[in-house]
Write a protein that binds this ligand. Structure first.
Ligand code: PMP
Length: 360
């Protein structure tokens, strides 16, 4: 068996121990004689898997009782497309703080239903920072404020949970959820596609405060209505059972590995290793303001872009994969999600040093 070091931005590397457990249980889940893929979602076996996953997520993330946890489909794109239907609650406008392309995409979808106010944006700085909180021009009458807590393409991350007072804060946490301790109570709604820090693609996690649901626009399809989903424990229709199950194993893995505090410390060490090297020389460069750099996605460019293809070819030969930057920005990107090991980052830095030594 071969396991390469996988820096993909998503779907992404999963904890090896979790994959081993999935393998061990694949044909016969805990003596029930079938795979999780083959179970009815209404059977007691799957119900126990589903409930344990939610309980473990609540424990790991410190989610209070006045929040619903939903396991939905449609990805983060589905969520940012139908959050406005659910959360406008008769209001007219939504505030957006834009720090990259995912926030822009979310704003574009929201504009179908509401007046979008760009309260702050770092687009003129090529999304290389998070606009200072004091500069945000928030509308006190907005239905909610939307942020992307980590912009996967640009490698820009909110260093802390921002405060938006009485206006609910909605965050796309697809690429940094569960990567460090965070304060759920600061948010009205958090959503995240699973395929980076949680599990396989196909399941999308939504954490939403009770008082914000139950007021969806009249034409909201039932399957996109958080209240209906919550009332049916995310089983209004057939849920993504297998992805839900693997996500549950990842929540347990986090619990067994020091919780979010432990995960956060390891993620900080991994990111520091790579950024410290990038900042120590001139061959590679990361454009993001230091305070706003993502610990999850580290984009970097080579001094001479003509060497990109050779860099990637050599990386592949060294069994380092998924390093090509997003097609919209080019260059390289190393994604360092929870399941990436410090040793994996060390191997990347060693390769970068050697490539620079030969090519600089
Ligand atoms: N938001 C962010 C921050 C993302 O990184 C991504 C996926 N790369 C998306 C949204 C879109 O997610 P999905 O493919 O699950 O719709």
């Amino acid at each position: 068996m071969k396991r390469i070091v996988n820096f993909s931005a998503g779907p992404a590397t999963l904890p090896f121990e979790v994959l081993q457990q999935v393998q061990a249980e694949l044909l016969d889940w805990q003596g029930c004689g079938m795979s999780v893929m083959e179970m009815s979602h209404r059977d007691k076996e799957f119900m126990s898997i589903a409930q344990a996953a939610e309980a473990d997520l609540r424990e790991v993330a410190g989610i209070q009782a006045n929040y619903k946890v939903l396991f939905m489909q449609g990805g983060a794109t589905g969520q940012f497309s139908f959050i406005p239907m659910n959360l406008l609650r008769g209001k007219q406008g939504i505030d957006f703080v834009l720090t990259g392309d995912w926030g822009k995409k979310a704003a574009k979808e929201a504009a179908r239903y509401a007046k979008v106010n760009v309260a702050a944006s770092s687009e003129t700085d090529k999304f290389a920072n998070v606009p200072a909180r004091a500069s945000w021009k928030l509308d006190p009458g907005a239905a909610y404020v939307h942020i992307t807590s980590n912009e996967t393409i640009h490698g820009v991350e909110f260093a802390a949970d921002p405060d938006t007072g009485a206006v609910p804060l909605v965050a796309d946490m697809s690429s940094n959820i569960l990567s460090r301790p965070f304060d759920v109570s600061k948010y009205g709604l958090i959503y995240a596609g699973a395929q980076k820090n949680i599990g396989p693609s196909g399941v999308t996690i939504v954490i939403v405060r009770d008082d914000l649901i139950g007021q969806a626009a009249a034409n909201t399809p039932g399957i996109f209505d958080y209240k209906q989903m919550a009332d049916n424990e995310s089983m209004l229709n057939t849920p993504p059972c297998f992805a839900w199950y693997v996500s549950g194993l990842v929540f347990k893995w986090i619990k067994d590995n020091g919780g979010l505090k432990g995960v956060g410390e390891r993620n900080a060490a991994k990111a520091a290793l790579l950024y410290d090297y990038i900042d120590s020389q001139d061959f590679y460069r990361n454009p993001v303001a230091k305070a706003d750099r993502s610990r999850m996605n580290v984009p970097f460019t080579l001094a001479n872009p003509e060497l990109d293809a050779e860099f990637l070819k050599g990386a592949k030969a060294a069994e380092l994969s998924g390093l090509k930057g997003h097609r919209s920005v080019g260059g390289m990107r190393a994604s360092l999600y929870n399941a990436m090991t410090l040793e994996g980052v060390r191997q990347l830095v060693d390769y970068m040093k050697e490539f620079a030594r030969i090519r600089a």
